[in-house]
Design a protein around this ligand. Structure first.
Ligand code: ADP
Length: 362
């Protein structure tokens, strides 16, 4: 429920934040969508184009001003280049949700990855199939093979890298570049560290593209052998944008084994083929559970993803069973591939990583 009284107080506090061109952020029209709930949650978007100056700095000042108001429990604010968001509707224009640098075409963002030898997208038809778990553990396993690895959590609608890698806080920004977090031998960045989840949820096409463009071009990835990108479930704006960077070495599709998965895998394979991104292969996750009594239980059916791979003529990389340890390690913020590389699941993931890296550009 909204709190009109709190809203008034926050608006008054924001009026004390100046903009470089003179005046304040409220009268310049730079504060959009301001709301305050009875729980003290304040939300707004800073229109970077109207604010002028350094949007990061102005956003920080505006957030601090709102946080200082009595009764405010949390401020969820983001800078967005609205002029650019409107342009995003036109081909080639992209929104600038973090307000860091001037947006450019997605292909130009791809060129920023010139020192990254391989870029792989990890995709799935649905959520909850273990795509993020695999992306994170594969990244660690690839790093353990001696490769320099980056991991980008671009799952705009459900970023899980902060949990999987135990990351928190805003990343450092140096000279307008977001510095990736170096952990478990992997340089990682998550959209979850840059914006609040509830804000990204409302994003549509141009903002999604803009966010991806910035995660690619505005993060100081440097020289990498491989950048692993955890993409949102399904195949949508994010995947199309990534394909348009013309930098994808290939895609990995993660699926569970049931019959239903077949349709998902087919859709994924057809999508990547249409946008001319090679399919590195399909991984069947949660393929079975070895019960304590020695029984092997096929909880989600048997071999559906492997069969789909065969039917579609796409490489099958392997199956990974359900290992409770894999989930426990993820929930504790240490991927199993890093915590216990000699454990069976970690070894199986290492084998998958070996297969995948076989096709990398050296
Ligand atoms: P997605 O990215 O597809 O939404 P997640 O990687 O978040 O899926 O996985 C969903 C849940 O399943 C998480 O709790 C994760 O720890 C768990 N999980 C994934 N793969 C396995 C596995 N092979 N064994 C046990 N748990 C798994």
């Amino acid at each position: 429920m909204s709190d009109a009284n709190l809203l008034m107080k926050v608006r008054a506090a924001l009026k004390a934040v100046p903009v470089p061109g003179g005046g304040d952020i409220v009268s310049s029209g730079a504060i959009e969508g301001l709301s305050a709930t009875t729980q003290g949650v304040v939300r707004f978007t800073l229109n970077a184009a109207k604010a002028g100056g350094d949007p990061e700095k102005i956003l920080a000042a505006a957030t601090a001003a709102a946080e200082a108001v009595k009764g405010v429990a949390r401020v969820a604010a983001v800078a967005a280049g609205h002029r650019d968001a409107a342009a995003g509707a036109k081909p080639g224009g992209h929104a600038n949700p973090f307000g860091l640098t001037k947006p450019s075409r997605i292909e130009a963002a791809g060129q920023e990855l010139k020192d990254v030898r391989n870029v792989i997208a990890v995709a799935s038809g649905k959520g909850g199939v273990g795509k993020s778990t695999l992306a994170a553990n594969l990244a660690v396993a690839l790093a353990r093979r001696g490769l320099s690895v980056g991991l980008l959590d671009a799952d705009i609608y459900g970023p899980s890298l902060p949990t999987l890698f135990g990351l928190s806080g805003r990343p450092e920004i140096v000279d307008g570049k977001i510095i990736p977090v170096d952990k478990f031998g992997v340089k990682s960045m998550s959209i979850g560290l840059l914006v609040d989840a509830d804000q990204a949820l409302a994003w549509r096409g141009p903002l999604v593209m803009g966010a991806l463009r910035q995660l690619i071009a505005d993060v100081a990835w440097g020289a990498l052998d491989v950048l692993v990108i955890d993409t949102p479930p399904g195949t949508g704006d994010a995947h199309l944008s990534l394909a348009q960077t013309k930098r994808l070495t290939g895609a990995i599709i993660v699926s569970t084994p049931q019959e239903m998965a077949l349709a998902d895998v087919r859709r994924g394979v057809e999508f990547f083929r249409k946008v001319k991104v090679p399919i590195i292969g399909i991984i069947e996750n949660m393929a079975w559970l070895d019960a304590a009594g020695g029984d092997r239980l096929y909880l989600f059916g048997k071999g559906g993803a492997e069969q789909a791979a065969k039917d579609l003529g796409a490489p099958f990389l392997g199956a990974l069973p359900i290992f409770p340890d894999l989930r426990i390690a993820s929930d504790e913020g240490i991927p199993l591939a890093a915590r216990d590389p000699n454990a069976t699941p970690a070894k199986m993931i290492a084998q998958l990583a070996e297969k995948i890296s076989g096709g990398f550009r050296a």
